[in-house]
Design a binder for this molecule. Structure first.
Ligand code: SAH
Length: 256
């Protein structure tokens, strides 16, 4: 069977519409169907043509309203119906986004599929709080982990290495376990920690603390998902004062 439709797996960035790529905007403007998540840009109506079908498969931490198999099946079925499907995902599709599985499902079904990179929260959310994931003289590399996964030896090594930044996604509920493991692995309790919630949105908030105090600080602040946790010298308060990239503020300033 020749498939006339297609699927584009599109990275939508951390949430602001103007942090999507031009290619993402173009594909959305031509889409027949958009299959979207809870994270990333949700307010996309103005980018779509008339009569576009929107399917929300948004996942919430702890439960998955639409299982991955079903999402894959929706993508394949709509493309087989001859439709141009945009699978819009938060951040970048290949950073904890299960984009690879969706590509594989389309390929297995003979559906043409392409991937569009997105601005990943692993870098852009710390950035929104003025935190560079690397910084000459402070951090020579960064290690990105899923807080829900088992801690590997390389993550423990990164946590204990003063010259490496650790960036944790999906880490809010795992924070106590993570911190305990880091301290056991030899990380210093005074190592700076920043927790950035809802980066690049109007409700962005940053909690600055240290490894030793992070669990208490997060509880007092009532830290909630989505949040990116940054562990390392770059997370120290005041490193780059005045850098604010929140919600298009810098664009507005330039325009004004
Ligand atoms: N593919 C995505 C990550 C998906 S995992 C990317 O590249 O960004 C989902 C996790 O991403 C969340 O639990 C949170 O840790 C992080 N995240 C995504 N958007 C965020 C935002 N706007 N603010 C803070 N964290 C965010």
């Amino acid at each position: 069977m020749t498939v006339t439709g297609r699927v584009d797996i599109v990275g939508g960035g951390p949430g602001a519409l103007d942090l999507m790529t031009v290619r993402a905007w173009r594909l959305l403007a031509r889409a027949d169907v958009v299959v979207m998540d809870r994270l990333g840009p949700t307010d996309i109506d103005e980018l779509l043509g008339p009569g576009v079908e929107i399917i929300d498969v948004g996942k919430h931490p702890g439960h998955h309203p639409v299982p991955q198999d079903e999402i894959n099946a929706i993508l394949v079925a709509r493309a087989r119906d001859g439709m141009r499907v945009v699978r819009l995902k938060g951040g970048d599709p290949f950073v904890f986004g299960r984009g690879g599985e969706e590509v594989a499902a389309c390929r297995a079904a003979g559906v043409p599929v392409e991937v569009v990179p997105g601005v990943t929260s692993a870098v852009a959310v710390p950035e929104a709080a003025g935190i560079p994931v690397t910084h000459r003289g402070l951090s020579s590399g960064f290690h990105v982990v899923n807080g829900q996964a088992e801690l590997t030896p390389s993550t423990l090594a990164a946590l204990a290495d003063d010259a490496v930044t650790t960036v944790v996604l999906m880490g809010v509920s795992a924070l106590p376990r993570l911190i305990a493991a880091a301290l056991r692995a030899g990380a210093k309790p005074e190592r700076p920690v920043a927790i950035v919630e809802s980066g690049h949105t109007p409700s962005q908030r940053t909690t600055r603390t240290t490894l030793g105090a992070a669990v208490t600080a997060a509880a007092i602040a009532g830290v909630r998902n989505p949040a990116v946790i940054v562990i390392g010298e770059v997370a120290r308060e005041g490193l780059l004062d005045g850098l604010a990239l929140v919600s298009g503020a810098s664009v507005d300033r330039q325009a004004g």
